[in-house]
Structure formats: structure tokens, C-alpha cells
Design a protein around this ligand. Structure first.
Ligand SMILES: NC(=O)c1ccc[n+]([C@@H]2O[C@H](COP(=O)([O-])OP(=O)(O)OC[C@H]3O[C@@H](n4cnc5c(N)ncnc54)[C@H](O)[C@@H]3O)[C@@H](O)[C@H]2O)c1
Length: 274
């Protein structure tokens, strides 16, 4: 599905989780919209793939790759220093990196078969480290720069599971082993709407906005049984194409949303509407 681009006029955008499913599509859309982009991800094995994906944009001139673990304060500081060194300032931070047990063909997460009462509590630490601590750490680091500039825009990536419980029947594929969306994701993502309101109100007078986006159900080679379940439960009766996420992100990153702060924009085909 081809999406209309919203001009971003040389804005500088720092995107975490830039090498993932949403990050990869969004990176290209951001560059096509005229912004400079800092791609922040900890997965160095994907660098070459991303360089190829972003052609004909020029590394160094149009974008910068920062291999960064957002749970490390020194790595976050280096990423922000490098971004400002390359592009002078940071207009927009998109907090997109997260740990998420998935159900697509590339995911093999054993946690998908774990009921709540048996969920290994130490696994919560892994999600907490990235989805809460890492998000707050990179935000603190970027906000210090935004305060110096006296402007900024933060977009937190939430989920429908920040707003409603998973309908676990989505993950019942009729096999003997029943699957569940695990609690670590739901618990950590649930804090995003209120953290967004916290940051929005904390920095409103400093000309720094903060909004969240809550996507749902992006198709990524899911099994037929997953897609059939999804279609039955979704008001729009289908999963999202990756390109369908880019418009709402670009809108929040642009000045078209200049009077928005503290809101959560759902991009879920109506999932949370019933
Ligand atoms: N895919 C969906 O359908 C969907 C639905 C709702 C919400 N979301 C949210 O959208 C965001 C992106 O999802 P996605 O599907 O692209 O996920 P993904 O797993 O494909 O990508 C996440 C990226 O984050 C990176 N990352 C993980 N830990 C990191 C760390 N410590 N430091 C830096 N980078 C790190 C990973 O390397 C990966 O490239 C997430 O916040 C997710 O919760 C996705």
C-alpha cells in the first residue's frame, strides 16, 4: 500500500530500534520525507542490510548509524554526541526499540507457550531493561539536548496492549500447545501512555512535545491460522501493512501535529474500539 509522504523539511530524527520491522520501513519513509535520520539499534549484524535498504540515501550526509544499546548510559551519551556532531541538533526522538515475544514466522519464542502463573519472573527483567529503563535512559539523554535547543518532540511507541488486554484467543491456533501473549510485554508497554503524559506535561513549557503511537498487528509472514484469527477479531477484518504505520509516525514527527502533546494515537484497524 503506497502512502503519501508528509514533508519533514530537514528535521533531525533519532529512531531507536531502527533495524526492526517498523524501524526499517519507517527509516526509509523518514528519509524520503526530507529529514536527516540517526538510526539507533544494538543489532550490528543488520548494518549491511540497512545500508542496502536505504540506498540511494548517503550515510554521513543523510543518515548516521549508531550501534547503541539503549540500556547503557555511556552508549546513549555517545549516540547523542554523534548525532549532534553530525547534524547539529535533534528535533525528534522516536522511542521504538522494544523486546516483544512475537508470533510471526521468524519468531520462536518459548515464552509464547507460558501461562501467566508459570511465567519465569527473571524474564521480566529482560523486558524491563529495554522497554522501561532503556526507553527512559535514551529519553533523558536526548531531552538534555532538546532543553539546550529549547525545542523537541518525543514519540513513544506503545501498543494496543498498552491500552487493553490481549484477547488470548488470537493465539489459539487449534494445536495441542496453547500460546499466550506473555505478561512481560503487556506489563512494560502499559506504562507508556502515562509516561507520555508525564513527559508531555513536564516539558510543555519547554517547547518539547511528547505523544505516543499504539500500533497493532503488522503483517510479517504470520501463519495462516494467526491471520484467520486476527481477521475474525479485527473490526477492519485484516492485519496492517508495514507502510500503513508510516503516515501516523510522520504526522506526529511533523509540525502538522504542533498542538498535540500527551496523546496516544491508535493505529490498530479499530482493535481497541470494541
Ligand atoms: N510489530 C507489531 O505489530 C507491533 C504492534 C504493536 C506495537 N509494536 C511496537 O513497535 C515497536 C517496534 O516493533 P517491531 O515489530 O518493529 O519490533 P522488532 O523486534 O522487529 O524491532 C525492535 C528493534 O529494537 C532493537 N532493540 C532491542 N533491544 C534494543 C536495545 N537494548 N538497544 C537498542 N535497540 C534494541 C532490536 O534490535 C530490533 O531491531 C516496538 O516498540 C513494539 O512494541 C509493534
Amino acid at each position: 500500500m503506497k502512502q503519501t509522504r508528509i514533508p519533514l523539511d530537514n528535521k533531525v530524527i533519532l529512531l531507536t530500534g531502527a533495524f526492526g520491522l517498523i524501524g526499517k520501513t519507517l527509516s526509509k519513509a523518514i528519509l524520503e520525507s526530507g529529514a536527516k535520520l540517526v538510526l539507533c539499534d544494538h543489532n550490528a549484524s543488520k548494518i549491511e542490510d540497512m545500508r542496502e535498504h536505504l540506498l540511494p540515501f548517503r550515510e554521513g550526509a543523510d543518515y548516521l548509524i549508531c550501534i547503541t544499546d539503549i540500556t547503557s548510559s555511556s552508549a546513549c551519551a555517545k549516540c547523542v554526541d554523534d548525532a549532534v556532531g553530525a547534524f547539529d541538533h535533534i528535533d525528534v526522538l522516536i522511542n521504538n526499540a522494544a523486546i516483544d515475544a512475537k508470533f510471526d514466522a521468524q519468531s520462536n519464542d518459548v515464552l509464547n507457550a507460558t501461562r501467566f502463573e508459570n511465567f519465569p519472573i527473571e524474564q521480566l527483567d529482560r523486558s524491563y531493561e529495554v522497554n522501561i529503563k532503556g526507553l527512559i535512559l535514551i529519553t533523558q539523554t536526548v531531552v538534555r539536548q532538546m532543553l539546550k535547543q529549547q525545542n523537541g518532540n518525543i514519540i513513544n511507541v506503545a501498543s494496543t496492549y498498552s491500552l487493553v488486554a490481549p484477547n488470548q484467543s488470537l493465539y489459539d491456533f487449534g494445536s495441542e500447545e496453547i500460546h499466550y501473549k506473555p505478561v512481560d510485554y503487556v506489563a512494560t508497554k502499559s506504562m507508556i501512555p502515562n509516561l507520555t503524559r508525564y513527559l508531555a506535561t513536564f516539558y510543555a513549557k519547554d517547547n518539547i512535545r511528547c505523544n505516543a503511537i499504539a500500533p497493532h498487528g503488522i503483517f510479517n509472514h504470520h501463519s495462516e491460522s494467526f491471520v484467520v484469527n486476527f481477521e475474525k477479531l479485527s473490526p477492519m477484518g485484516r492485519m496492517a501493512g508495514r507502510d500503513e504505520m508510516t503516515g501516523p509516525f510522520l504526522f506526529l514527527a511533523s509540525d502538522a501535529s504542533s498542538y498535540m502533546t500527551g496523546s496516544v494515537l491508535t493505529v490498530d484497524g479499530g482493535w481497541t474500539a470494541w
